[in-house]
Write a new protein. Structure first.
Ligand code: HEM
Length: 631
């Protein structure tokens, strides 16, 4: 069967070459890497994990410029050279193992094709808002589409004498490894079945160009894997070794990353019962997904009569299947309308679709305002579509629930009536999911085995020992090396030196925060497990006089009112008394702990004797049953 393949390659937008380094990288090992300062950083300064603003991404069109392509780095970017880099090919059943130089790669047949890369954690922040997973927050920008050029993997393997016909029966895997010594838990490696690698229809590439230019360091210079239709986590960057074996990769990262475990399995259970090694939970093919990029979060759309708004977004799918339609609902899923799909995406000569599809829908602004939400969902050629609700899983992977915006009417500063747009969980801002308003989403844990989730909800408020020494910021600043590293988080000081070598984010990520307040960087990334690990390293309390620090919340609550507050009225005396308080502030104290600040009815008042009594917070008349000591 002949497919209507593209007669020409898609046009590539003018390349963006960031000409200097970003100030964020100044004191990191990546200080030599050129990056776009507009990229949204997701894991503090280092390692670099970043996504573009999704509106800007889609504005670039079908092909994403390399500098705007999302980046997922587990550690420092290796400094490799074209001249000296080598890729070795060896292993079971390889008749002529060989080490290829980069120039040798160029002498082999080449192929160029557009391929969409997606991090399996795309849209993870929505998952984390429900309940923190082990992974850090991604918005909806962990997706990009570029032209990739390289040697088809089957060609490279055939160069080494490997031929599917001559292999004895058995199971065979192709393992890909990055450079040795790259990460604390060893080499970042993974594997795919050899039959996939040898199938020309799968278009697996050993790629050395993105959008006709050499790879950028963040994208794997000088060479990386491209496995169309697969999740980004299998496309090893800085490729150094290809090995054939009877077993899948033994890399730590192959087992402990890129899996979707059932929602009833939390991290403790996964570790205890070694769910990481159950082969059925591995993710390879991308799932069907879509998101709205226009309007953006906090966009204000003027309510003009006869005005129209162009809703835009992207959609993608795995396994070479095609997204054949996207639908938008303006009434929270009661009815759906078809959007206009982009026309740039063509099948390969084997009938595979490896690229995303951009789409748009022009909508009357007054109609847009009459509903309170905008949702999108995609459909693939098997007539599968996206679910309404997300399914929590411990790694927070593959969230593909309907992408839902909420809208509200208000007057802007010029007294103009505008439609205010809220995304579900944007990076760097509170979305409607975090504000807890409106559109319902199924609380994960109401599925099978839900009861197990209840205790997972929050990070326990730690009891702080009163005998802990006060540590000044000057003292803290003395401990900032690989052999003596202290950090402060939320006003508490930790000596994390013994943990450095085990840290999944690398030694450098912690040491560059050594001697400093690391609250922001720590909070941005870590799971409940990491928060609990901290206790083991607690050595003191950052003295309140230290400039630039706030006193720890747990301290404020453990020892009663500090001596500096003058004696005042006691607002709450005796058991069972109730006080009506006004909500002053909402703030995230930890990834999944919301701190609410209330005003006592009288300005100059204390809550009362703290002793051992518990205080119950009743929100809008409903007692939450949570206990805490008065602060
Ligand atoms: C403030 C300094 C720190 C920074 C900047 C930092 C950075 C990171 C990063 C970037 C990752 C993600 C690695 C990846 O998946 O690529 C990570 C993961 C992790 N880090 Fe840290 N880290 C810091 C301190 C700590 C400390 C003090 C602990 C424990 C005592 C810790 C425990 C963990 C754990 C357990 C993970 C795995 C993911 C999770 O369970 O949250 N980190 N860290």
């Amino acid at each position: 069967m002949a497919f209507n393949t593209s007669p020409v390659l898609p046009t590539v937008p003018p390349p963006i070459h960031p000409s200097f380094t970003d100030a964020h990288d100044e004191d990191t090992v990546d200080k030599w890497v050129h990056r776009l300062p507009d990229m949204i950083r997701l894991t503090g300064r280092h390692p670099f994990n970043a996504e573009p603003d999704t509106k800007a991404l889609v504005n670039q069109g079908f092909i994403t410029p390399a500098a705007m392509h999302y980046v997922r780095n587990h550690g420092p970017v290796p400094q490799l050279s074209w001249e000296s880099h080598r890729i070795t090919v060896s292993g079971v059943g390889v008749p002529q193992p060989h080490t290829f130089s980069m120039d040798e790669l160029l002498s082999l047949p080449q192929r160029t094709l557009p391929v969409t890369l997606v991090c399996a954690g795309n849209r993870r922040k929505e998952v984390n808002v429900h309940r923190k997973s082990k992974g850090f927050n991604w918005g909806a920008g962990a997706v990009s589409n570029s032209l990739w050029t390289g040697v088809p993997l089957h060609v490279l393997l055939e160069q080494c004498g490997l031929n599917a016909r001559d292999l004895p029966p058995g199971s065979y895997w192709v393992n890909f490894d990055g450079p040795d010594g790259e990460l604390p838990k060893g080499v970042y490696g993974t594997s795919i079945p050899l039959r996939k690698a040898l199938d020309p229809a799968q278009d697996v590439l050993v790629a050395h160009k993105q959008n006709h230019e050499p790879l950028m360091p963040d994208h794997g210079f000088p060479v990386r894997m491209i496995i169309p239709g697969y999740i980004g986590g299998r496309m090893i960057k800085w490729l150094t070794r290809i090995t054939i074996s009877h077993e899948p990769s033994q890399s730590f990262y192959h087992y402990h990353d890129n899996r979707v475990l059932p929602s009833s399995v939390d991290q403790e259970r996964a570790d205890r019962e070694d769910w990481w090694r159950k082969p059925e939970y591995i993710i390879n093919d991308l799932n069907l997904n879509s998101a709205i990029t226009h309007p953006s979060h906090n966009e204000e759309i003027p309510l003009l009569e006869n005005g129209t708004y162009k809703i835009q977004g992207y959609a993608y799918c795995g396994g070479g299947r095609r997204v054949h339609r996207v639908e938008v609902s303006l009434d929270d899923g009661q009815s759906w309308e078809l959007v206009e799909m982009s026309k740039e995406e063509y099948p390969t000569e084997h009938g595979r679709f490896w690229s995303w599809r951009l789409w748009h829908l022009d909508v009357d602004v007054l109609r847009l305002a009459s509903g309170k939400s905008v949702a999108c969902r995609a459909w693939d050629d098997s007539q599968n579509t996206q679910p309404r609700d997300l399914t929590w899983n411990v790694l927070g992977m593959m969230n593909n629930s309907w992408f839902r915006l909420k809208t509200s009417l208000h007057r802007n500063t010029q007294q103009q009536l505008v439609l205010h747009v809220h995304h579900p969980a944007p990076i760097g801002s509170l979305g409607w999911m975090e504000k807890g308003t409106g559109v319902t989403a199924m609380a994960p844990g109401k599925e099978q085995g839900g009861a197990q989730h209840v205790e997972e909800k929050s990070i326990p408020v730690r009891e702080i020992r009163k005998d802990l020494p006060a540590i000044s910021s000057t003292e803290l600043a003395r401990h900032k090396s690989r052999t003596d590293c202290w950090i402060a988080i939320k006003g508490l000081v930790y000596n994390v030196t013994p943990y450095l070598k085990e840290h999944p984010g690398g030694v450098g990520a912690i040491v560059m925060n050594g001697g400093k307040d690391a609250t922001e960087d720590f909070e941005a990334i870590h799971s409940r497990t990491a928060w609990r690990m901290l206790d083991k390293y607690l050595v003191g309390v950052l003295s309140p006089s230290s400039p630039g620090t706030s006193s720890p919340p747990s301290l404020r609550t453990s020892g009663g009112a500090p001596a500096s507050i003058p004696a005042a009225k006691v607002a709450l005396q005796g058991k069972g008394k109730k006080l009506k308080c006004k909500l002053l502030e909402k703030e995230y104290a930890a990834p999944d702990v919301l701190r609410l600040k209330f005003a006592l009815p009288h300005g100059n008042a204390t809550l009362g004797e703290t002793g051992d009594e518990a205080v119950h917070a009743c929100l809008q008349g409903r007692c939450q049953g949570s206990r805490g000591t008065p602060g």
